[in-house]
Design a protein. Sequence first.
Lengths: 216, 173
Amino acid sequence: MRSREDLTEEINKAMKEIQVKVLSGDFSMLDIELAPIFETLKKSITVRNIDNSSSIYNDAFQLLVQKYEELKTLINQLDRKESFFIFLKSKPEDSDILQLLEGCWIKTFDIQTLSFDFLTTSQEKLSIGHITQPPIKHLNKVETNQNFLLEVPKFKFSEKITNFFESIKDKLPCAFNEIFEEEKDQIKIYEQFVYILHLLQMGKIKYQKETKFLYL
Amino acid sequence: MNELTILMHLLSEKINNVQIGATKEEIIKKLNLYGKNESVYFHNLITHLSSYIEPLGLQIRFNPLSSRWYIAFETTASEFVSANPFENKPRLAATIFCVLICCLKDMGRAKIQDIKEIRRKKHVIEDLKELEKLGYLELEEDLGIVSLTPLIGYQLDLNMLLVKLALKIKDQK
């Protein structure tokens, strides 16, 4: 199997041959297919030969430009001399004309019912379909010694509730205030209050309104 | 509704049996574009819409016979949806080709006599009348003149046809 370097050399050689033949008048650029050169070049590119490939690509592109210029000249000449009649004067069969037309047909896209109202309604329907609930994901815990402005919590919220529940369950039943009496930090009190609300909602603890007591 | 939606509507609108899409001037007016950069803005919009509809197998094209921009199926998709309007009528396809070549020579009009001489078939007038019914041309029999409507410019890639024709003539030489 040939290596990619071999392919690059091969393309280089093929392009030089093309240039020599075109300059000597043996061939016109319009007789030469350049697509295979670009295809091979695409396959041959590696990190190691990128500089060389880039230079070859540049040369191949110059050949493409040359071919395009020749085509332009040819069409201009034909146009000036009304040479398109040459083909018709050669008495082509219907099948020859059809072959020429093959691949040139276009299918238009026209819809009379594509009104503004229809588009607006379609757009709204599409928008409805695209609204999805954002997924809630727990953050990954990251071990680091650095301090960030936004620190990743050490425990998941559910773990914090469980830990809090473990710490208070031996006290129960007790008055609501007793839970917080040892804590002086207002933020901590608020945090623990939130945990209690969640525990009540989860049914892990119960609250008697009349006596203001919490119990299991 | 944004500009691309309006542009999509303008370019896909069928005005009558032989006209589709919109001219650059109509688009500029409808989108209320003004100022010295209106042409740049117009071309940017065309490019954006083109890349937007490309995944749908559609492309924006320009009909040189009517100077209108319009939307068509991409070439490979055109083959899939059978774009050739003369699929079962090869005779008509050959005649419209002759009319097209004759009209290119003379600003969209041609002498019926010239077409007869080139086509060298007995049924040329019949074909021309049928093509007129289909909306491809207008026949002025009393003046002996035929003129193309813009319809064939929407259904045939004239640039590609001329390139193929040029290469064919080159090969014949």
